[in-house]
Design a protein around this ligand. Structure first.
Ligand code: PLP
Length: 403
């Protein structure tokens, strides 16, 4: 039993947007490639051929599940690497045509910080605003595209507030102008149907550990004909575009996990209903709370609520002692204690951005888990508010107004 499980009668994992547990079926598929089938796919003997075949089978499977061709799928060591590669690789390959990039203010740091790094290399980046739901306006997107724009990148679904962008519409606008379009689909894959042809994107990133494969494996779809420079030079793996001996067991695990996740998408209606029960239950029992992100255009498992007068970090710690694993938003903003760039972009003032909580549930969440969260959360919020000088000021102010 893990530490967190010992402290309370129940343990509810509600942080699936941060990471997921490796599923037993995925682990089972991987194990032979740690044990007997350990060959280097690049070697010539039969042991290695087995490993090479496993990699190619995984590539073909992933391609089929995403509506791509096998030679359009490249394995990386993470979602972050796939994001870096798509953005830096496409920018550097198209430098002769222009140096302007269009993205949004609510991208994952793997895209945002990559854009910042490119600014230091002489690229110019437009960071599009989003509306109060976190949506990019297609017309604003269209207007931001210029004759020297060489890349547009907007994430499919946001990891903090769960907002799902109109990707096919944005990609079509970019295509009219012959501008390559990349989407970080790390949160969308396994939660929404993802078909690269239907979406009309040129590049798409995914990550294993968000869909019950291990941490440390990702993939990038690169449509044939897309100009992109390599990020990692060395051996000739991945058709000479991404060096490094293939992580055979993890690649096998990624394909198996994606297969399971895609087959499960129809079942996510149940998760969507639990999500709505959580949102409605929290908003109706806890005063001065509001939903962050779009009510309708939302990932099936994402709940993100701003509670006035309290700190999200304290809330997460008290929930932990009640056996509930949740988050304030992104792992990165948790470490830096900076208010989340996503919450600021949807217009929350600093103090409200600080008081936000993300619960990300999954197919493994039960109705009892939802009941448990709805039972534990309100008294914890009340307890924190009782200690909050902001809340005291607010109550005093209300008294003054009402007399
Ligand atoms: C988790 C995540 C990433 C990073 O993936 P890693 O495999 O953890 O590097 C990128 N983008 C989004 C939207 C994510 O949720």
């Amino acid at each position: 039993m893990a530490d967190s499980e010992k402290k309370s009668a129940r343990f509810v994992y509600a942080d699936n947007a941060a990471t997921t547990q490796v599923s037993p079926k995925v682990l089972e598929a991987m194990l032979p490639y740690f044990k007997d089938k350990y060959g280097n796919p690049s070697s010539l003997y039969s042991l290695s051929r087995e490993a090479a075949e496993a990699v190619e089978d995984a590539r073909a499977k992933i391609a089929e599940l995403l509506g791509a061709r096998p030679n359009e799928i490249y394995f990386t060591a993470s979602g972050s690497e796939a994001d870096n590669w798509a953005v830096k690789g496409a920018a550097r390959a198209n430098m002769a045509k222009g140096r302007h990039i269009v993205t949004s203010k609510i991208e994952h740091h793997a895209v945002l910080h990559t854009c910042k790094a490119l600014e230091k290399e002489g690229f110019e980046v437009t960071y599009l605003d989003v509306d109060s739901d976190g949506l990019v306006d297609p017309e604003e997107f269209r207007e931001a595209l210029r004759s020297d724009t060489i890349l547009a990148t907007v994430m499919y679904a946001n990891n903090e507030i769960g907002t799902v962008q109109p990707i096919s519409e944005l990609a079509a606008i970019a295509r009219e102008r012959k501008i390559p379009f990349f989407t970080d689909a790390v949160q969308a894959v396994g939660n929404l149907p993802v078909d690269v042809k239907e979406l009309g994107v040129d590049m798409l990133a995914l990550s294993g550990h968000k869909i019950n494969a291990p941490k440390g494996i990702g993939a990038l779809y690169i449509k044939n004909g897309t100009r992109i420079k390599s990020l990692i030079d060395g051996g000739g793996q991945e058709r000479g575009r991404r060096a490094g001996t293939e992580n055979v067991p993890y690649i096998v695990g990624l394909a198996r996990a994606l297969e399971i996740a895609v087959a499960r998408i129809p079942e996510l209606e149940r998760v969507r209903m639990m999500r709505d029960r959580l949102i409605d239950g929290i908003l109706s029992t806890i005063p001065h709370s509001r939903l962050n992100g779009s009510r309708e255009k939302r990932l099936p498992g994402n709940v993100n609520i701003a509670f006035e007068f309290i700190e999200g970090e304290s809330l997460v710690l008290l929930l932990d002692s009640a056996g509930i694993a949740a988050s304030t938003g992104s792992a990165c903003s948790t470490a830096s204690l900076e208010p989340s760039h996503v919450l600021l972009a949807i217009g929350l003032p600093h103090e409200k951005a600080h008081g936000s909580l993300r619960l990300s549930i999954s197919h493994e969440t039960t109705e009892e888990d939802v009941d448990y969260i709805l039972e534990k959360l309100p008294p914890i919020v009340e307890r924190l508010r009782a200690m909050s000088p902001l809340y005291e000021d607010f109550l005093r102010g209300k008294q003054v107004h009402s007399t």
